[in-house]
Write a protein that binds this ligand. Structure first.
Ligand SMILES: [Cu+2]
Length: 567
C-alpha cells in the first residue's frame, strides 16, 4: 500500500529527476529539448504496464435525470434534474492493479449528461469525498465548472465558490445556447490540476434540432476524452508537475482506457474529441493518411466543413470530427496517432492515441449519415444571443473595445498581464481585466511572447471568432473555423478574436479568464472580467453550498442502457 507521503516523495523525486534530465530546473528557464526523454514516467512493473491497443474502448455511461417536469406547468419550459456525487472509486486503468480515483459518482470519466437546447438542467452536486485530497494534503474542496455554458456567475464554477466535503450545491444550467460539446470539471483554486487529474471530469453534450438533423447521433456520436497519466508501482496515480510547469504522463487514455481499440462499422462516425489532460497538447492524425472532417469546434458547429490531415489541440479544446470508415474493408485497422507539439515531454507511446478496427456492418443501425456534409447551419442569427455559428458572422467594425492579454511568467508565477488570481483575491474580488456591457462585441488579442511554453487560454462565458494569427500567414488555422472558447497560444504566437458578451436573459457579473494548463491556472494564471456591474450575481455569496443532510443513497444513479463493449 502506498501512502500519500510516498506519492509526494515519488513525485518530488520524479520532478527532480525529470528537471535534471531536461536541463530546465531553473524556474524561469524553458525546458531544454536537446536531451532525449526517459522512456516512461510511470513506475509500473512491466507486467502492469498497459500495452497500446490491448484495451477495449468504452463510452462513459449516460446519466438519466431523477426528475423531469415543466416550470409552472408550462410545456414550453421543460426542466430536468440530475444528481451527481463526488466520491472515491476504484478504476481498472492498468493490467493487474486497481487505481483509486475521485470521480463524479466515483468513476472516470464522470457520467455523460446529454442536454437538449431549451430544457434547463439542475445538477445536485454532492461532495462525499474524504477530508483531504488524494494527491495533496489540502482539504478536498471542489468547484464545478460547466465549460461552454453561459451560466450565471454563481453556477459557473468560480474558483472560490467551493463545496466542502459533506456539503451540496445545486448548479443551474440554462441550455439556451446552440448545440455544442460541453464538459464539466473541477475548478477549485490552487488544486484544480490535482482534482481533475484525480478524476473529476465528464461530458455534457448539448443538442438542438439543427445539429440532430445534420450530424451522426446515438451509436455514431462518440465522445472521446483524451488524457495522459502516470502511475506508481502499486497502480495509484502519480502526480508530478515539474516545478509547476506541466504534468507529462507516459500513458495516453481515451475515456479512461489506455490506448483502446474500438470496433467500428463501415459508416460515418462523429467523434467529440476533448483533451482533458492537465498540460499535454496533441496533434492527432490518422495512420492511413486520410483526412478527418471537422464539423464542430468548442462552441458549436462550423459553417463550412473542413478536411484535415492533422490538427493541434490543447487542454479543454473540443473538436468534433467525422471519420468515414466506409472506405476501409472489414478487418482493417486505422490508428489515431499523435504527432506531438513543441514543449511537451514525449515518451515511448505518447505518439499513439487509439485504434479503430473495422468490422462487418451488422443491421441497419440508426443515427449515421449518408455522406460528408459540406456546410452546416444552426438556429442562431447574428446578434440573436444564441452563439454558435452566428459568432462567425461577427466583424471587427462591431467591436466597441479592443483589449490585450499578455501571457507572462513573472517572479516564478504564471500571470496574465502581470496579474494573478491572488491579486484578484486581495482586491476583495473587485479587480477586473475588463468590464464589457451585456451584448457588447469586443476584440481581444492574446499574446504569448515566450518560445519556451504554450498556453491554451480559456475565456469563460463567450463564444468567439478567431480572426487573425501572427503565424500561419496571419490567418486562423483551418481547425479554428468555428466558434471557440479556448485559444491555443503557442510559442511566440498571438491570436486576435471577436467575442460577444452574451449573457442571455441574465444581467451579467464576473467570469474568469485563465490558462487551461491546469498547473499554470493554479499558480496563478487567472484573472476575471465583469459583464455589467461587477457586484451583481456574486459568485460566492448568491447561492452558496449547504450541508447535505439527506441519506447517502437518496439519489441512486440510473444510467441509459448502454452500447455493447468495444463500441
Ligand atoms: Cu499556461
Amino acid at each position: 500500500m502506498t501512502t500519500r507521503r510516498d506519492i509526494l516523495k515519488f513525485g518530488a523525486v520524479g520532478a527532480f529527476g525529470l528537471a535534471g534530465m531536461r536541463g530546465g530546473s531553473d524556474d524561469d528557464t524553458p525546458p531544454s529539448s536537446t536531451l532525449p526523454p526517459p522512456p516512461t514516467s510511470s513506475l509500473l512493473a512491466p507486467q502492469n504496464m498497459p500495452v497500446p491497443y490491448a484495451g477495449v474502448f468504452r463510452r462513459p455511461p449516460e446519466l438519466l435525470p431523477f426528475e423531469t417536469g415543466f416550470d409552472d406547468g408550462d410545456p414550453a419550459r421543460p426542466y430536468a434534474r440530475y444528481a451527481l456525487t463526488q466520491k472515491l472509486g476504484q478504476a481498472q486503468f492498468v493490467p493487474g492493479l486497481s487505481t483509486t480515483v475521485a470521480g463524479y459518482n466515483g468513476i472516470f470519466p464522470g457520467p455523460t449528461i446529454r442536454a437538449a437546447q431549451g430544457t434547463r438542467i439542475e445538477v445536485r452536486m454532492r461532495n462525499a469525498l474524504p477530508a483531504t485530497g488524494l494527491l495533496t494534503p489540502d482539504g478536498f474542496n471542489t468547484v464545478t465548472h460547466l465549460h461552454g455554458s453561459a451560466s450565471l456567475p454563481q453556477y459557473d464554477g468560480y474558483a472560490n465558490d467551493f463545496t466542502a466535503p459533506g456539503s451540496v450545491k445545486n448548479y443551474k444550467y440554462p441550455n439556451w445556447q446552440t448545440a455544442r460539446t460541453l464538459w464539466y470539471h473541477d475548478h477549485k483554486h490552487h488544486i484544480t490540476a490535482q482534482n481533475v487529474y484525480s478524476g473529476l471530469a465528464g461530458f455534457y453534450p448539448l443538442s438542438d434540432q439543427y445539429e440532430r438533423a445534420q450530424l451522426p447521433q446515438g451509436e455514431f456520436d462518440v465522445p472521446l476524452m483524451i488524457s495522459d497519466a502516470m502511475f506508481n508501482a502499486d497502480g495509484s496515480l502519480a502526480y508530478n508537475d515539474n516545478g509547476r510547469k506541466g504534468l507529462w504522463g507516459d500513458i495516453i487514455m481515451v475515456n479512461g482506457v489506455p490506448w483502446p481499440t474500438m470496433e467500428v462499422k463501415p459508416r460515418i462516425y462523429r467523434f467529440r474529441v476533448l483533451i482533458a489532460s492537465i498540460s499535454r497538447s496533441y496533434r492527432p492524425t490518422l495512420s492511413t493518411g486520410d483526412p478527418v472532417y471537422l464539423v464542430g469546434t468548442d462552441a458549436g458547429m462550423v459553417p463550412k466543413v473542413q478536411a484535415l490531415k492533422s490538427w493541434r489541440q490543447g487542454t479543454a479544446e473540443r473538436y468534433e470530427i467525422l471519420i468515414d470508415f466506409r472506405r476501409y474493408r472489414a478487418g482493417q485497422t486505422v490508428d489515431l496517432l499523435n504527432l506531438g507539439n513543441k514543449n511537451n515531454v514525449d515518451f515511448a507511446n505518447t505518439g499513439k492515441i487509439m485504434r479503430f478496427k473495422v468490422v462487418a456492418d451488422s443491421g441497419p443501425g440508426t443515427g449515421s449519415i449518408s455522406g460528408i456534409p459540406t456546410t452546416l447551419q444552426d438556429g442562431g442569427a447574428p446578434n440573436a444571443s444564441r452563439g454558435g455559428i452566428a459568432t462567425m458572422k461577427l466583424t471587427p467594425d462591431m467591436a466597441v473595445a479592443k483589449r490585450e492579454i499578455k501571457l507572462l511568467r513573472a517572479n516564478g508565477e504564471w500571470t496574465i498581464n502581470g496579474v494573478t488570481w491572488t491579486d484578484v483575491e486581495k482586491s476583495g474580488f473587485s479587480k477586473l481585466f475588463g468590464n464589457p456591457q451585456p451584448f457588447d462585441v469586443e476584440q481581444w488579442t492574446i499574446t504569448n511572447a515566450s518560445g519556451g511554453w504554450f498556453h491554451p487560454l480559456h475565456i469563460h462565458l463567450v463564444d468567439a471568432k478567431v480572426i487573425a494569427r501572427n503565424t500561419n500567414g496571419g490567418k486562423p488555422f483551418l481547425w479554428e473555423s468555428g466558434p471557440k472558447d479556448v485559444f491555443y497560444a503557442g510559442e511566440n504566437e498571438s491570436i486576435t478574436a471577436l467575442m460577444q458578451f452574451d449573457v442571455g436573459a441574465a444581467q451579467g457579473g464576473r467570469y474568469m479568464i485563465h490558462c487551461h494548463n491546469l498547473v499554470h491556472e493554479d499558480h496563478d494564471m487567472m484573472v476575471q472580467f465583469s459583464v455589467g456591474d461587477w457586484r451583481i450575481n456574486d459568485p460566492v455569496s448568491t447561492d452558496p453550498p449547504v450541508r447535505d443532510t439527506t441519506p447517502a443513497d437518496s439519489f441512486p444513479p440510473v444510467y441509459r442502457p448502454g452500447f455493447p463493449p468495444g463500441t
